[in-house]
Design a protein around this ligand. Sequence first.
Ligand SMILES: *Cc1c(COP(=O)(O)O)cnc(C)c1O
Length: 475
Amino acid sequence: MRDANSTQNSLQDRLRKLPAVDTLLAQMAQNPAFKEIPRTVMVGAIRQSIDELRAAIKSAGNGFPESELDPDAIGRRISDKVASAMTENLVRLVNATGVVVHTNLGRSLLAADAVRHMTEAASRYSNLEFDLKAGRRGSRYTAVEDILCEISGAEAAMVVNNNAAAVLLALDTLARGREVIVSRGELVEIGGSFRIPDIMAKSGGILREVGTTNRTHLHDYERAVNEQTGLLLKVHTSNFAIVGFTASVSLPDMVGLGKKHGLPVMEDLGSGTFVDFKKYGLMKEPTVQESIATGADVVTFSGDKLLGGPQAGILLGNREIMDRIRKNPLTRALRIDKLTLAGLETTLRLYRDEAGAVKDIPTLSMITGPLSHIREKADALCKRLRAIDDARLQVGLLDSVSKAGGGSFPLLEIPTTCVTIRIDGLSASTIDRLLRQSRIPVIGRIEAELFLMDMRTVIPDEIEIIRHAVGGMLD
Ligand SMILES: *Cc1c(COP(=O)(O)O)cnc(C)c1O
């Protein structure tokens, strides 16, 4: 009982030693380095530090190191928090994963011209919703609709915030309260918990699953058609592939069935590309133009996956349906902003000349670029890293494969060259963590206990950044 009491007393003693917010505020104000720090940041860092110490005292009991309560130690704790509060949260990093459209690392990088247009739209007034010829209010979407129709061959076009929004909007417009027939093999979940059945429920469409996970036939769709049917939906199984004993119904067959029953057919392409990657020695991905030519009534896809533009959702198709979609009040809630519009317009214009697009749009050039270019970057990095000249560091080259990402080409592995690093006394996962925590983070990957950097997605001027980060680990 006495012991319990004395522990209780010393706990109270320690808690009493915690300085008050005002005391710390006055103490920090002595330091000229903190002169420019906003008061809200300072107070927040102080409160957080006191809270942390209080929790540590309570949980560590007698094991709590008294030194933590030294004014210097508390000062350091506060200044760390101030430093992190004063640093932007969204930071650039080096993508050395080799995954070109990496959803966690910002998906697509924009072409330089698209960035130029976005900067201009951001810093100057524009004719965003103003018809310069007529001198009156205009539509925000005209900037991209014509060019979308021109390159895709579609009758009409519409753009929203992202493809998830495009799918929601199309289903809400065409299938609210009606049945939507979808193959069980296409009820996908993509990253960020976007699931076809959930989006269907939100839109008010009634999911009518047909077929099995691995095989669905045209007669499965045919049998499911009834007076309640509102739409036939095909979803591109972007991020996985069913292999082996499989069967799925092609878009032309679905379009045929739709015509027969007077039902619209929609295809969610997911990634969506205007370029036939087969021409570049890669796997076939269905192109947007092919889906439109086949006669799909609505085709939806992302702006920032294989297209290589800003985040957006693009809807193409039949004029009458697009007009209905445009009138849906949800459209206003899902509209894109002017920066996206500017970046998207310029990206789309680049597609008028495919060779130019493949060269200037980073997503395309990284996917289709020759192995020799990747090898050159790998050689350059190796040379810079060897110049560090530290006996603990071993640098090497490794032939490997990279992924396109962004829920495209699930099975595709593109030959690439990686730079490997080994450091005496550090495991691959420690190297991975330290590089991730460098001033400009470097994100690589680990294969068979070896840390490697896939040079496909590394931009030449980032080689110096990697050298700094690796050098920093050896200091
Ligand atoms: C990626 C994807 C979506 C969602 O697109 P976002 O632009 O990320 O909203 C929808 N459907 C499929 C099949 C996808 O691959």
